[in-house]
Write a protein that binds this ligand. Structure first.
Ligand SMILES: Nc1ncnc2c1ncn2[C@@H]1O[C@H](COP(=O)(O)OP(=O)(O)O)[C@@H](O)[C@H]1O
Ligand SMILES: [Mg+2]
Length: 250
């Protein structure tokens, strides 16, 4: 089982799009995937065209069993939906005097053996649930927009990861995914080069290009594979799936 957190403390960099397409693409390859949405916005399920009324909050708090809390979004793809109910869960976690960082880990560890991949979407910023995600996951995939230079925030984020690695020694920033790549914009290529120089080619994945289809698909509750299978967005995400699936960590 692999657990991959799609995370970085910045919003609007393609985190949710990546988490959803990573999860859906791996499921389409026959992997058993659980997508865990830890954002109060609950965008991940909306992108998949579903509106579950239970999800992660109910599962972790014990109000629902895993079977009741998880929704089958596509064949082989289950989701523990996020949304507003997570706000209450965050308060419960913050109020714990001891062990609040491991609340998610304790819950997911009971069910994760039934999956090949656990993909976790995180909220922008650095909240109690994101810390919980990083105490649980082993791999981090950080999407970085090539539209604006976010190298500073990425370096800041790597420092936060280092702090957590003291407790979760399995955690690693395995992948940096350049997003919104626009070949017509010179800055886009410069930022990509900077990322490769700083993190090395092994960590920096092939970019996802700017593709308007990717921003349209959620409006139809469809993945890019369903909405526009021949678009550059679909091509780029399929390449990502190949790479992640190949680079297996147990
Ligand atoms: N490669 C892309 N090209 C064009 N639009 C994109 C692309 N990736 C994501 N988007 C759109 O950009 C917005 C932000 O993406 P999202 O995945 O929600 O970011 P985050 O989760 O980091 O806040 C969404 O409206 C999404 O549909
Ligand atoms: Mg998001």
């Amino acid at each position: 089982m692999r657990s991959i957190a799609v995370s970085i403390s910045k919003g609007g960099v393609e985190k949710t799009t990546t988490a959803v397409h990573l999860a859906a693409g791996l499921a389409a390859k026959g992997q058993r995937v659980l997508l865990v949405d830890t954002d109060t916005q609950g965008q991940a399920s909306a992108m998949l065209g579903i509106k579950p009324d239970v999800g992660l909050a109910e599962f972790v708090s014990g109000d629902a069993t895993f079977e009741d809390a998880a929704t089958e979004a596509r064949e082989g793809l289950s989701i523990l939906a996020g949304g507003r109910s997570l706000a209450a869960l965050k308060r419960v976690i913050s109020r714990q005097e001891y062990g609040g960082e491991r609340v998610l880990d304790e819950s997911l560890s009971k069910v994760d053996a039934g999956f090949d991949y656990i993909i976790l979407d995180t909220s922008p910023g650095w909240d109690a649930l994101t810390v919980n995600v990083l105490f649980y996951a082993r791999e981090i995939l950080a999407p970085v927009s090539t539209e604006v230079l976010t190298l500073d925030s990425l370096i800041e984020f790597t420092k936060s990861i280092e702090a957590i690695q003291k407790y979760n020694t399995d955690l690693e920033l395995n992948y940096v995914l350049p997003t919104f790549l626009d070949g017509r914009v010179k800055k886009s290529g410069e930022i990509l080069a900077q990322l490769r120089k700083h993190f090395g080619k092994g960590v920096v994945l092939s970019p996802v290009r700017y593709n308007v289809r990717l921003s349209e698909a959620p409006g139809y509750g469809q993945t890019i594979y369903e909405y526009a299978p021949n678009s550059t967005g679909a091509v780029d995400y399929k390449a990502l799936i190949e790479r992640i699936n190949k680079n297996g960590r147990a």
